[in-house]
Design a protein. Structure first.
Length: 202
C-alpha cells in the first residue's frame, strides 16, 4: 500500500491520476453505494489513512473522480468529433463507437455520468452540478459540430441545431442505459441508423 503524503510535484500528480483512474473504474463498475472503502483501498493500492488525508471522504473522492472522468474520458471521446474533417461523420462515428461498446461483453458498461445521475444527482447538489456540467459540454460539442456541418452543407439548413444537440445528448444517455441491459444488435444499430437519417443533408 502506498502513501501519497510524501510525494511532491510530478510524482504526486502521476500517482493522483493513477489512483483516480483506479477509483473511477471501481465506481463505474459497481456504483457509488455498492463500492466500500476497503474495495477502494484495494483498487487504488493505498492505505485508508492516505486515502482520507488526500480525499477527506468517499464522497469527496467520488466528486474528484467525476471531474477526472469528465476531463479524461468524456473530453477524449468528444475530441474526435471536434477534430473530424466531416462534422456529420464525426457525430456518426461517436455513436457507432458507443454502440460497439454497448454490445461488447465487459465488466464496465454505460457511462459514469449517466450512472451518477440515476443514483445520486436527485439528492446531491454537487453531483448534480458536476453531471450537468458534463451534459452541457456534450451538448456544446454536438451543437458546434452541427453548426459546422450546416456551413459545409452536410446537414440541413433548416435544422434547429440547439434542439438537435439536446436530442443527441439524450440519445447518448439512452444508449448508455441500454448498454447495461441485455440488448439486441438490431435495436442498437437501429438507433444509430435513425441518427444518420436525422443528420442527412436533405
Amino acid at each position: 500500500m502506498q502513501n501519497l503524503s510524501g510525494l511532491v510535484g510530478r510524482s504526486r500528480q502521476f500517482e493522483l491520476d493513477h489512483v483516480l483512474e483506479c477509483a473511477m473504474r471501481e465506481f463505474w463498475r459497481k456504483g457509488y453505494s455498492a463500492t466500500s472503502m476497503p474495495m477502494l483501498e484495494t483498487a487504488m493500492g493505498i492505505n485508508r489513512q492516505s486515502l482520507y488525508d488526500t480525499f477527506k471522504s468517499k464522497r469527496d473522492l467520488y466528486l474528484r473522480v467525476l471531474e477526472y472522468y469528465h476531463e479524461n474520458v468524456i473530453k477524449t471521446n468528444f475530441s474526435r468529433i471536434e477534430s473530424a474533417s466531416s462534422p456529420r461523420q464525426g457525430i456518426i462515428n461517436y455513436f457507432q463507437m458507443r454502440a460497439k461498446e454497448a454490445l461488447t461483453d465487459s465488466e464496465i458498461k454505460g457511462c459514469l455520468v449517466t450512472n451518477s445521475i440515476a443514483e445520486l444527482a436527485l439528492h446531491d447538489k454537487e453531483v448534480a452540478a458536476q453531471t450537468n456540467k458534463t451534459l452541457q459540454y456534450m451538448k456544446s460539442v454536438f451543437k458546434h459540430a452541427l453548426g459546422r456541418g450546416q456551413k459545409l452543407d452536410e446537414i440541413r439548413q433548416d435544422m434547429d441545431i440547439d434542439d438537435t444537440a439536446s436530442f443527441l445528448v439524450n440519445c447518448a444517455q439512452g444508449l448508455f442505459i441500454t448498454s447495461k441491459m441485455p440488448t439486441s444488435i438490431a435495436s442498437v444499430e437501429g438507433m444509430v441508423a435513425q441518427i444518420k437519417l436525422i443528420l442527412k443533408s436533405d
